[in-house]
Structure formats: structure tokens, C-alpha cells
Design a protein around this ligand. Structure first.
Ligand code: NDP
Ligand code: 2IT
Length: 449
């Protein structure tokens, strides 16, 4: 499969060991394809067992999360924390609460996070966690009891110098607040740097809420400018999802002169050719926690379509998949190409199947992998940790400016690595190689650990 015998051997060994982890194997395969271009230049890696160590998480925690629902019935969920790699800093990465969560999903996310965090230029290792708990339809009190139970176990494994969780799907400001409250109570310390995405009054950073979506648009703007001499101005944009990342990607897109014509949730999508009314969307999603269908019921001229995948058939110039893994397959990618789109930038983690990536890249569209283009969220989490250590709070503008600089640096690092690998503009290769080289250098320097 790969030119490198070493990579073939390592890949076979993980398939043998974890055959039932499709998402994890998918993420590894993509990165190995890129490493195949550089591994020959580093014979020292094989001797040091570097890649074998890299594909094995440092620690995997799996635990019971018992809690009592509003009817007084005991519920039991499964919790995870994968402490993936600490070569360049404490484990760092979000928590996902969604019924689809399993070990394969958390391992793929931890693996991607390690390379992403390396790209941010900040000193953060990689980790990810979560639970198969479904917050949908649960009362605030149930969500609080669940978070408290989850943290009662997780508290012993995290800390500002050890492992720093944050949000992801199903974990936003409300959940982080409950998690932090229970953590503080258990450790009897105000250790703000142990969790990021906190509320502003208790150590959160301004612009963290916006950071992933804004950062995605800053990254896309760099690619448009440098590779197409173009910008968001006048572009039609389709954004999947309508959660944290999608909402602020939409806001920044509009500020940059784009028109967001469609957005979705896990039930369906809305099309509004005049541009999505963000005030309405924020009200529906942030305040009412309602379905996106309500948008079409309340905004004349917009349409609702059941099912998510059809969203890629909505004509646009730029697509920003911001919902979940494997949400765009080859058929979706072909629809975008047929409609003349110019670029796809991932806000979600691994939203394109490998077949979809092949369709997009071979048609010559701009393509950026999530580990580069969605890194603004965790980068701003890193800035939150810095502020917590300094016991200071920076202004929104200061954080936003730093975020924009970081995204520009990530783009430049990915582009430079793509050139060095002989495929200029292949930002997937660039992100994988640039992210890995730094982790590899740190692991080599630290010996066999
Ligand atoms: P949210 O929970 O805020 O929103 C998730 C959105 O995606 C919702 O609209 C949800 O719809 C939809 N969705 C979730 N699962 C599926 C699915 N299986 N099929 C279709 N739609 C789905 O999460 P975020 O916005 O924070 O996260 C979105 C993506 O961005 C994830 O891939 C996450 O890993 C990634 N990411 C998040 C970062 C962050 O800082 N939050 C940073 C970097 C990446 P519904 O409400 O119906 O479930
Ligand atoms: O996938 C991601 O980068 C996140 N969910 C954000 C992680 C973080 O620690 O801010």
C-alpha cells in the first residue's frame, strides 16, 4: 500500500490489533500516505520505533458514568479520555457528548488533535474524551448531574500540567461550566488552566467561543488570497452543521463579504438564497435549542429539506463542512464539483471520506484538512491557558488578532511543507507532515518513553 515497508508493517500491526476501529484506522491511513513522502529521509525513526509509538496512545481511560434522571431512574453511560501524546505539552483536546461516541471515534480524534496542536505553534500535546451520553432533550438539571458524575472520575486524571479538556460536539459553555464547578470542588483549588472554554467570569477567554469558526475563515482567506488571488467577497457559501463551529464560521463569512446560503443539523438543512439570518439562527440554536426546521417555519422565502447529505447539492463557491466525521462522501463532493465550487475547508474533524477528498483534490479545488483549518479553537484554548497562568485577561481584539496571526502561520507552515514534499498546494500533505515533524523531533529527543 505504501512505498515504505516500515509504514506497511506498522499499519498492518494496528489493523491486527484494533480491527474494529474504522475511524481510527481511516485517520491513520491518511496521515501515513503523507508520511510516505518523508519517511525514507529519516531512517532513525524506524530504529527508535517512533511510528509504532506514535500510533499507540500513551494512555486510554474508560469509565462508568452513573447518574440519576429527572424521573429518579438510574442511567449509566460510558466515559472516555484518551491521553494520546504528551511529547510537546500536556494532553489537550475536547470532550464530545454524543450517542455515536466510542473508542474508535475518541482515538481518531486524539490522533488528529496531536498533529493539530503541533501545528498551532503552542506547547500542547494531544488528547480527546467524551461519552455516549446524549444531551438532546435532557433538562439542565440532568445535564448538570451527568457532568458532575463524569468529572468525579475524570478529575483525578486532569490538571493544568497534565491534561486539559475543553468542549466539542455536545459540550459547550453550559457543560464546561458544570464540569469546571465539580472539578474545583473535588480538587479544592481554583486551577483555571485545567479546563478551557470556561465562562468569561471564571477564567474563560474572550473570542474562544468564536475561535474555531473565525479561525476557519481566516485560514480559508489565506488560501484564497495566496493560491487564487481571491477572497470571500461575493462568494456563496454552504456550511453544514449549526453548532458552535458552524455558527461562527457563518458570522465571519458574512463579515468578509460572503453569503451563507445553506446550513444544517442532524435532521435536515435549510436553504435561504438571500443569506441566512444569523440573529434568527442564533436564537433558534443558542437560546431555544430547537431544530433547524424552525428556521424555515419562521423565515419566509427559506426552504427546509429533510436529511443532511443533500446540502452539498446546493450551488455554492465555497463549502465549509462543520458538523461531524464522514459527513461528505464522494457523491456530495461530485455535486460540489459539478456546481463549480472552488474550495472545501474543513471546520469539523475528518468530515470528508477519503473518496470525497480524492474527488475534490483531483478536480483541482482548494482543500484544507480540519487539523489545519479548524485549529483556531484549540489555539485559542492555548491562549486561554496562557491568560490563566498570567492571571490576566486580554481583550477580544487582542485574542482575535493573535488567532488570525496563528492561522496565517499554520497556513504558511502547511504550504511550505507541501512544497518540500514536492506537491505544492496539497495542504493535506503539508498539514500531516508539518504537524508530525515537530512531534517526531520532540519524541526522538526524549528517548524511548
Ligand atoms: P456542536 O455540538 O456545537 O454542533 C454540532 C453540529 O453538528 C450540530 O448542528 C449537530 O446537529 C451536527 N451534527 C453532529 N453530529 C452529526 C452527525 N452525526 N450528522 C449530522 N450532523 C451532525 O459541535 P461543534 O460545532 O463544537 O463541533 C462541530 C465539529 O467541529 C465537530 O467535528 C468537532 O469535532 C469539530 N471541532 C470543534 C471545535 C470546537 O472548538 N468546538 C474545534 C475544532 C473542531 P444536531 O444538533 O442535530 O446534533
Ligand atoms: O477538535 C478540537 O480541536 C476541539 N474540539 C477543541 C479542543 C480544545 O482543547 O479547545
Amino acid at each position: 500500500m505504501y512505498k515504505s515497508e516500515y509504514l506497511n508493517r506498522v499499519y498492518e500491526s494496528i489493523v491486527k490489533r484494533d480491527p474494529n476501529e474504522p475511524e481510527y484506522l481511516q485517520a491513520v491511513r491518511e496521515v501515513f500516505e503523507s508520511l510516505d513522502l518523508v519517511v525514507d529521509k529519516h531512517p532513525e525513526w524506524e530504529k527508535a520505533g517512533l511510528i509504532e509509538r506514535f500510533v499507540e496512545p500513551e494512555r486510554v481511560l474508560e469509565f462508568r458514568v452513573p447518574w440519576v434522571d429527572d424521573q429518579g431512574k438510574v442511567q449509566v453511560n460510558r466515559g472516555y479520555r484518551v491521553q494520546y501524546n504528551s511529547a510537546i505539552g500536556p494532553y489537550k483536546g475536547g470532550l464530545r457528548f454524543h450517542p455515536s461516541v466510542n473508542l474508535s471515534v475518541i482515538k481518531f480524534l486524539g490522533f488528529e488533535q496531536t498533529l493539530k496542536n503541533s501545528l498551532t505553534t503552542l506547547p500542547m500535546g494531544g488528547g480527546k474524551g467524551g461519552s455516549d451520553f446524549d444531551p438532546k432533550g435532557r433538562s439542565d438539571a440532568e445535564v448538570m448531574r451527568f457532568c458532575q458524575s463524569f468529572m468525579t472520575e475524570m478529575a483525578r486524571h486532569i490538571g493544568q500540567f497534565t491534561d486539559v479538556p475543553a468542549g466539542d460536539i455536545g459540550v459547550g459553555g453550559r457543560e464546561v461550566g458544570y464540569l469546571y464547578g465539580q472539578f474545583k470542588r473535588i480538587v479544592n483549588r481554583f486551577e483555571a488552566g485545567a479546563i478551557t472554554g470556561k465562562g468569561i467570569p471564571f477564567g474563560g477567554s474572550l473570542a474562544r467561543t468564536q475561535a474555531t469558526g473565525y479561525g476557519l475563515c481566516y485560514f480559508a482567506s489565506e488560501a484564497l488570497k495566496k493560491q487564487r488571488n481571491d477572497s470571500f467577497a461575493g462568494k456563496k457559501v454552504v456550511i453544514s452543521g449549526s453548532g458552535n463551529v458552524a455558527q461562527y464560521a457563518a458570522e465571519k463569512c458574512m463579515q468578509l463579504g460572503g453569503t451563507v446560503v445553506a446550513m444544517s443539523d442532524s435532521n435536515g438543512y435549510v436553504v435561504d438564497e438571500r443569506g441566512i439570518d444569523l440573529e434568527k439562527l442564533f436564537d433558534i440554536k443558542q437560546k431555544r435549542r430547537a431544530r433547524i426546521r424552525v428556521y424555515a417555519e419562521e423565515v419566509p422565502g427559506s426552504e427546509y429539506h429533510e436529511g443532511c447529505k443533500g446540502i452539498w447539492g446546493v450551488k455554492c463557491d465555497i463549502a465549509l463542512p462543520c458538523a461531524s466525521q464522514n459527513e461528505m462522501d464522494a457523491e456530495g463532493a461530485r455535486a460540489l464539483v459539478a456546481n463549480g465550487a472552488m474550495g472545501v475547508f474543513e471546520g469539523a474533524n475528518m468530515p470528508l471520506t477519503p473518496e470525497a477528498i480524492a474527488v475534490i483534490q483531483s478536480a483541482g479545488l482548494l482543500y484544507a484538512p480540519g487539523k489545519a483549518s479548524n485549529a483556531g479553537g484549540v489555539a485559542t484554548s492555548g491562549l486561554e491557558m496562557s491568560q490563566n497562568s498570567l492571571r490576566m485577561a486580554w481583550s477580544f481584539e487582542e485574542v482575535d488578532q493573535k488567532l488570525s496571526g496563528i492561522m496565517e502561520n499554520i497556513y504558511n507552515a502547511c504550504y511550505a511543507a507541501s512544497e518540500e514534499c514536492g506537491c505544492p498546494g496539497d495542504l493535506m500533505v503539508g498539514a500531516n507532515v508539518a504537524g508530525f515533524l515537530k512531534v517526531a523531533e520532540a519524541m526522538m529527543a526524549q528517548g524511548v518513553v
